[in-house]
Design a protein around this ligand. Structure first.
Ligand SMILES: [Mn+2]
Length: 392
């Protein structure tokens, strides 16, 4: 059985000031063309279909068109909601479009009910696990502990229980939207770590022939059976070195150690390459080595000790698609002038809040109890926001 695995479309997202709807439409064209060209048996979309809970209308229209084209192609499609999607909104009409072969799984209640497809080697059960927000689904799933590992573990127990009741030799595929240990993040995923350890061990998926993951935006192979497809487009400059692809997975006949899995990377269309360039402004304007980047979307880091006049106007003279300007002046020693944004970079909300508390009371750090209170406050805000979203 041939599966096409993709995720993290983030329909409606823009890149700095540039709208990406055209690029997202071009990707969907490629997806549909690939389905025909490679005679794909099922399409797997592992979450973050949209960029926001309430996506802009053109993004909804693009999604609607994609659904119609997949249904017309007659290719069964399994989709789950990600942490950017509103599961409730995305799931509207799921029961109806199921009849057209589009299986939209947004409700944790359906985790143990797979889409069953078949080929010459027998049945394949495909389980869609929507993004599971631990505080919201822990009780429903009967997870013994809090946190991502416990709820995903409980969800996988349901999958394995269902699978065990099926005819021997039934092959299995799981779609999940999660941060699995060993994966490398970029700057365009929404953090899911507040409230504890986000990364779940890959062993949580044991017993399944293939796991189609979403959430991390770089294509990655955690094991031959557990992969991230990554996003079809770069959504941050930290992805400048990514090759954006889909996985074409061939699921062979079952065996004692699981079905044979082979994988091929298929490229997504690149609307415009990305380049991160760094140096003094005059050098960036002159350096012949930068010629290949002149038509790229550029992020320029200027290292001039004194900020040059009109840097954007001058840079766009050579690099008309410059989208982001960063100032990182060459200075020596400990620099009190380092920007606030630079000091906050790579820090979690919890760290920033702890430093703030210490700062306003003369340097006294939080003790354990205080840290717990702060931690709890972040959790509460997060759960409130999520509950408001699902309308509870
Ligand atoms: Mn995502």
């Amino acid at each position: 059985m041939r599966l096409l695995h993709t995720s993290d479309w983030h329909l409606g997202r823009s890149f700095h000031r540039v709208g990406l709807l055209g690029a997202q439409a071009a990707f969907l064209d490629r997806l549909v063309a690939t389905v025909h060209e490679h005679r794909v048996d099922a399409v797997l979309v592992a979450g973050d279909v949209y960029d926001r809970a309430v996506p802009p209308l053109p993004a909804v229209e693009l999604f609607d068109t994609a659904l119609h084209r997949l249904a017309e192609a007659g290719v069964p499609t399994v989709m789950i909601s990600g942490n950017h999607d509103s599961a409730r909104r995305l799931g509207v009409g799921a029961g109806l479009i199921e009849r057209a072969g589009i299986h939209l799984r947004t409700d944790p209640a359906g985790i143990g009910t797979p889409v069953v497809l078949g080929d010459d080697h027998g049945d394949v059960a495909l389980y869609g696990l929507p993004y599971l927000e631990p505080a919201l689904v822990r009780e429903q799933l009967g997870a013994e502990k809090a946190g991502h590992e416990a709820v995903l573990g409980a969800a996988m127990d349901r999958v394995r229980a269902d699978l065990a009741a099926r005819p021997a030799g039934t092959r299995s595929v799981v779609l999940a939207h999660a941060f699995v240990a060993g994966g490398a993040p970029s700057d365009s995923e929404r953090d899911i770590t507040v409230g504890g350890v986000a990364a779940v061990p890959v062993g949580v998926f044991d017993g399944v022939d293939y796991v189609a993951l979403g959430h991390l935006h770089g294509s990655q192979t955690l094991t031959p059976r557990v992969r991230y497809s990554g996003s079809p487009l770069a959504y941050s400059f930290s992805e400048a070195d990514h090759r954006k692809t889909m996985w074409l997975i061939e699921l062979g006949p079952g065996g004692p150690d699981g079905a044979v899995v082979t994988a091929e990377r298929l490229d997504c269309p690149v609307p415009r390459p990305l380049a991160r360039i760094r140096g003094r402004l005059d050098d960036l304007l002159d350096d012949p080595a930068l010629t290949p980047h002149e038509q790229a979307w550029v992020e320029a880091t200027l290292t001039d000790p004194v900020r040059p006049a009109e840097p954007m106007a001058r840079l766009t003279g050579r690099f008309p698609h410059t989208l982001n300007l960063v100032f990182d002046p060459d200075r020596t020693g400990d620099d009190p002038a380092a920007s606030y944004a630079q000091r906050l970079r790579d820090r979690t909300d919890q760290q920033i809040a702890e430093d703030f508390v210490a700062h306003v009371r003369g340097g006294a750090a939080l003790d354990g109890a205080e840290r717990t209170v702060l931690h709890g406050a972040f959790d509460d805000v997060r759960v409130d926001t999520a509950e408001r979203e699902v309308g509870r």
